[in-house]
Design a protein around this ligand. Structure first.
Ligand SMILES: [Zn+2]
Ligand SMILES: [Zn+2]
Length: 375
């Protein structure tokens, strides 16, 4: 496809500039996609603010989108021009030890450069009219969207994949007491996946009443806003008791949660996550934390808390969940901005008191949806 496209380029931290760039050309195993809606992710904040996570600036960032295939390479199977899709870039560098050790034709999942080749990180992202998904792997990096799902909902498949990948890692089971720190879309993605397990008791903690009100509407058992309801650890203890344990551990205060999912990305919440877990409980590092946390290693040692780290995503599961209607994403979108107002959209997205999911209507011809506030 010839011509130019509108793109918001992050030239340096906090400096987004509208540019008219050539529409990229897909290779034989690639698809060229026209963006309908794109989402701003919490992991875009460190890029926007400090230029972190990307190999270099300038870059077109953003990795959450719904789109339409406008051109496809001759080797791409299972998709046609005109298909409504969502996806992500999964590329293998070909020269790291893991890539070299992988036989030709197989996927080098251990590739050490896979993250840097991610959409909106090392390769141009979705805050532009067009983008490319390279080396398409059907059902892994590119997915069709059901006709029952609108473009705005489809743009939320990627963020919802975090919960889809993470929720089962600590092996939650019927009867568990669970704390989800952070009621943003990541916390919500974990919560909605947990709903299949019977008899869970779930607390969600956030300083944003707007986000907690959405959580309540989605069915969360208990919500706690520490700025109104007091300390979140006290809240958890008042609900499920103070789980005393053997060793002299400070004032021996410990929560009784089986599992704590840290989804807030707030380093301070991290310390509380370990205090909230029961002895032998599990704490999961779901959110992308900025800054440092002050944690006593004794909390982990003497309570025998298991800290589970990792980056898990299950975009196939979240697309399936959205396509089937199991995952309810419609009410999670609070704002929609046009592409040109991306900078303003970032300010709103970074203010958790004001917003939940902030979306960018990249294609002016895409439908508006009445259930969103238009800023
Ligand atoms: Zn994301
Ligand atoms: Zn590699």
């Amino acid at each position: 496809m010839e011509g130019t496209m509108r793109a918001m380029v992050l030239e340096e931290p906090r400096k987004l500039v509208l540019k008219h760039l050539p529409i990229p050309k897909p290779g034989p195993r690639d698809v060229l996609l026209k963006v309908r809606y794109a989402g701003i992710c919490g992991s875009d904040f460190p890029i926007y603010k400090e230029g972190l996570f990307v190999p270099k600036l300038p870059q077109i960032i953003g990795h959450e989108a719904s789109a339409v295939i406008v051109e496809k390479g001759e080797q791409v199977q299972g998709f046609e021009v005109g298909d409504r899709v969502t996806g992500t870039n999964i590329q293998f560098c070909g020269h790291c030890p893991a890539c070299k050790a992988t036989p030709a034709g197989e996927y080098a999942w251990g590739c050490e450069n896979i993250a840097m080749l991610g959409l909106g990180f090392g390769v141009p992202g979705v805050f532009a009219e067009y983008f490319i998904i390279h080396d398409v792997i059907p059902g892994v990096s590119l997915f069709k969207i059901s006709d029952t799902v609108d473009d705005l909902e489809a743009a939320m498949a990627e963020p919802m994949c975090t919960g889809a990948g993470w929720y089962s890692v600590p092996e939650p089971k019927s009867g568990d007491k669970i704390v989800i720190l952070g009621a943003g879309i990541i916390g919500e993605s974990v919560y909605q996946q947990l709903k299949d397990i019977p008899d869970l008791d779930i607390v969600m903690v956030d300083y944003s009443q707007l986000r907690l009100d959405i959580a309540k509407k989605m069915g969360v058992d208990h919500i706690c806003n520490p700025s109104k309801d007091g300390d979140a650890l006290d809240f958890v203890i008042s609900l499920w008791g103070n789980k005393e344990f053997l060793y002299n551990y400070g004032d021996r205060v410990s929560g009784n949660a089986d599992i704590v999912y840290e989804c807030s990305g707030n380093a301070k919440a991290w310390a509380q996550a370990i205090q909230m877990a029961k002895p032998g409980g599990k704490v999961c590092t779901v959110g992308t934390c900025e800054g440092m946390a002050e944690i006593s290693p004794q909390w982990i040692q003497l309570k025998q808390v298991q800290v589970l780290g990792g980056l898990y995503g299950g975009i196939g599961q979240s697309v399936e969940g959205i396509n089937s209607g199991k995952l309810k994403v419609r009410d999670l979108a609070t704002h929609v901005f046009p592409l040109e107002k991306l900078d303003e959209a970032f300010q709103v997205a970074m203010d958790s008191q004001r917003s939940m999911k902030v979306l960018i209507k990249v294609d002016p011809a895409a439908p508006d949806y009445p259930y969103n506030k238009q800023d």
